[in-house]
Design a binder for this molecule. Sequence first.
Ligand SMILES: [Zn+2]
Length: 252
Amino acid sequence: MAGLLSWAAVALAAAQTAPGTPAGTPPDGERLRRAEGFAESLEWTGQDSLRFAFGGVTVVVDPLVGPSGSDRADFILITHPHQDHLSPASVEAWSGAETAVIAPVSVVPEIRKFHEGPIEGLKPGDTFKLGDATLEAVPAYNAKKQNFHPKANGWLGYVLDDGKLRVYIAGDTERIPEMREIRADSILLPLGQVYTMNDVAEAVACVADVHAVLAIPVHWGQYEGSAEDVRRFGELLGSKARLFVPNRKKTF
Ligand SMILES: [Zn+2]
């Protein structure tokens, strides 16, 4: 009888978890609830310019504006040095005595020109402790239009994991084979058309590659990607993943 009960428990657990998801992955409803909680908490000022709390620390990504108050970041993540991602004035405005800047190894010299504090240079595959969370650096590059974000530059996306939620910030990238090795509950990705994704359907394929339950389009409404692309993105996602469109703020 005990054997039958434990078999039933295993069968029930299997029924609640999508095939192919790693062991220990909570049911999709719980993953979605956590992913939505994170999405609602983040602040976005366009492109990849983000501020959020994760692992008990304040994280800023590719900031295009500084803080409006006296807040400082614990960690500033830079994905690559294009001017719509690396703003020296904003990095300096977010930097306090304890702030660490995390950037691709190849970008460290450029940041060192204006920044005196700690800079951690990462390569794809490297991991780093981010408060109580871990950060993994993953590749971000163009597979087809190679002149904008060449793979050889070692520019980055980041996967953050606090033990309850995995968030993948894709950076400026097309759909690349490495994405199939990434698992995330939530993905923040560019909709592209010009510099990143080749079309909206490609962005939808990225969401499926990483098995995300929530997709957050960023990097649109400025140099590439339109509100119509966002609408189409949601349409193509259908029931495969929930769409979350953050409000674009002017200031943090
Ligand atoms: Zn770029």
